[in-house]
Design a protein around this ligand. Structure first.
Ligand SMILES: *[C@@H]1O[C@H](CO)[C@@H](O)[C@H](O)[C@H]1NC(C)=O
Ligand SMILES: *[C@@H]1O[C@H](CO)[C@@H](O)[C@H](O)[C@H]1NC(C)=O
Length: 399
């Protein structure tokens, strides 16, 4: 075999490898997802390689690739877009241009990216906030927050909470013409995690007089205790959130020490002293039958208490909102939850639906049968636009 054909062969194998994507049969527009996924795989491998060489942290490389997708705050014919800070946290503000006699709805949005990646400036988040402001005639605040690996829990939580508390002050709401009785906190993925966490925290904050009307949790991550629920098992290799990446995100939220990630993979991160927490994340009792399928519930395994002592954050309710007991769920606002069938985080959302309902919280659950993780932040798919329409019209009826 000549050198040329050898190179051709290698190139062919590589292309096939990057394009190969396991997908469910019923998937609409598979080629679009395969294309997107081959990008993702390439970036993940490059970032892994650069990290192996000791040149840059995995997440910093991914953040660098993503930064090309950021857009400036540009107003359009319908929405004025500006940047400012709330309590020193940078936020993007979207205000509809059309005249309004009445006070507007307010949406406080928290982007996803595994507590490590992303920003309000990413083109897809910018588009989502713009659409929300325009179609809902709402003031949208899209917040940033400090990210891992530079900053760990609770920095992300605290930034979001501080920006939200700033927004909820009478003076600020009045400045933007927002009706204090029509405010929603919304976020996707890690942003859904932060949305659930700050909404819980607000319940017990005597300094904040404004009450949220709605929390909207879009395929949220809600707990790092059980990383082998049926949805983790079924979807661990589906785009766009592999189990391996999700476990890395979880561990990076608390530390750059990779031993936590290892312990999470081998289910050795929870100490025996915390066994009482498993009832809050028990998929066997909390998932509806149809999602359990042939999966067999195994009792939790425990490790030494070393991890939890060093990194107590992963057992903290501000990082794992599913760990709140019923008393701390009671009184939460009307909740909208989106879950996707082909998503490792599906069961986190499903379990929260059950837990909230058991605590008497009103829940509207939108399960997307052919959905995959991240559909609402990639508005190029037909399914994404359908979901966006559902999300906006639910908000327009209920907020
Ligand atoms: C602005 O609103 C009009 C009327 O709803 C719509 O047709 C147009 O596409 C909007 N422009 C942008 C940039 O979204
Ligand atoms: C989980 O729920 C099942 C019943 O659905 C029960 O048998 C099991 O003991 C529970 N495990 C824990 C750790 O709560």
């Amino acid at each position: 075999m000549g050198r040329k054909s050898l190179y051709l062969l290698i190139a062919g194998v590589l292309v096939a490898y990057y394009i190969y994507t396991p997908l469910p049969d019923n998937f609409e527009e598979p080629w679009k997802l395969i294309w997107l996924n081959s990008y993702l795989k390439t970036f993940l491998h490059l970032a892994t390689f650069v990290e192996m060489l000791g040149l840059n942290h995995f997440m910093d490389s991914l953040m660098f690739f993503m930064s090309f997708d950021e857009v400036p705050p540009t107003s359009d014919e319908n929405v004025t877009v500006t940047e400012t800070t709330f309590n020193n946290i940078p936020v993007r503000v979207y205000v509809p241009k059309r005249e309004s006699e009445a006070l507007r709805r307010g949406v406080f949005y928290i982007h996803g990216g595994g507590w490590c990646l992303g920003s309000a400036a990413l083109s897809n988040y910018d588009l989502l906030s713009r659409c929300t402001a325009d179609r809902l005639d709402a003031v949208v605040i899209s917040t940033n927050y400090r990210l891992a690996p530079k900053y760990h829990f609770p920095a992300q939580f605290e930034d979001v909470y501080n920006a939200l508390r700033w927004f909820l002050r009478q003076k600020v709401l009045a400045k933007y013409g927002v009706n204090p009785e029509r405010i929603c906190v919304s976020g996707d993925s890690a942003g859904g995690n932060l949305a659930a966490a700050v909404t819980q925290q607000l319940l017990h904050d005597p300094d904040v007089k404004t009450k949220l009307k709605i929390q909207s949790l879009i395929y949220p991550a809600l707990q790092p205790l059980v990383l082998d629920s049926p949805s983790y098992q079924e979807n661990s290799h589906y785009p766009r959130l592999y189990k391996s990446l999700m476990v890395r995100f979880w561990s990076e939220y608390f530390t750059t020490d990779r031993s936590l990630e290892k312990a999470m993979h081998s289910k050795q991160h929870i100490p025996m002293e915390s066994s009482h927490l498993f009832k809050f994340v028990n998929w066997s009792s909390l998932l509806p039958e149809k999602f359990k399928k042939e999966h067999v519930y195994k009792n939790p395994t425990y490790g030494s208490s070393e991890m939890a002592k060093k990194y107590p954050g992963f057992l903290d309710v501000r990082a794992a909102p599913l760990l709140a007991d019923d008393n701390n769920l009671r009184g939460l606002p009307l909740t909208y939850i989106i879950t996707c069938q082909y998503d490792v985080l599906r069961d986190d959302g499903l379990m929260y639906v059950t837990r909230l309902q058991n605590a008497g919280v009103q829940v509207a659950h939108n399960h997307v049968e052919d959905g995959f993780h991240g559909i609402l932040s990639t508005l190029t798919f037909k399914i994404s636009n359908r979901l966006l329409n559902q999300y906006i019209s639910w908000l327009s009826e209920n907020l």
